[in-house]
Design a protein around this ligand. Sequence first.
Ligand SMILES: Nc1ncnc2c1ncn2[C@@H]1O[C@H](COP(=O)(O)OP(=O)(O)OP(=O)(O)O)[C@@H](O)[C@H]1O
Ligand SMILES: [Mg+2]
Length: 205
Amino acid sequence: MSDLTPLITTTRTAIRQQIRQRRQQLSIQQQQQAGRDLVHQFSQHPHIQSAQHIAIYLHIDGELDTQAVIDWCWQQGKQVYIPILHPFSHKQLLFTRLTATTPLIKNKYGISEPQLNVTQVIPYLALDLVCSPLVAFDLFGNRLGMGGGYYDRTFSQHQFVRHDQQPPYVLGLAHDCQQHDNLPIAPWDMPIKEIITPSRTLAFC
Ligand SMILES: Nc1ncnc2c1ncn2[C@@H]1O[C@H](COP(=O)(O)OP(=O)(O)OP(=O)(O)O)[C@@H](O)[C@H]1O
Ligand SMILES: [Mg+2]
């Protein structure tokens, strides 16, 4: 992967810092309301209604609270998967099933994840839908993450999809305050199809 200019790298770092602070300042009540509003968006969404195998994340750092939508998915009989850090492949994710009784551990970033159990891992391309976290989004489907490149590497697997297969439908979940109108994008940043916030759904395809 080629390097970005120092100015673009500095700008991306500054945007991450500014928006992470903004979302960390949301109150517990605002977070809980955002989580409930997200359930409303999920329940209206055709792609989500028809999806059976759904990857989502366990929130941290003021990210949009996903517990209520995870509960909603379980109530709908859907299977929920959570990304975990791959035990040996550098900066790759594995997706593993989450149930109400799955033991959770903290990874090296302090993010909760299911304890690795190989019988519960799903191949990425077998997922119907991936709901990714992000730090910032724009109105063109670009996303800026925490800076690890984990999701960019994951989404780049779409190039390996067979002609008779559909790649997972990828969307981002964010608070409205995470919108940024001038995101400096890198060549490896993978765009997403939709952003869902507590108040709206933005589709880019
Ligand atoms: N497909 C890829 N293969 C190899 N390296 C990659 C790939 N995608 C991104 N990277 C590397 O990952 C690093 C971080 O990328 P970037 O700053 O875009 O992360 P991010 O989008 O904020 O994080 P994430 O994808 O985890 O949400 C960069 O150095 C980039 O070169
Ligand atoms: Mg990126």
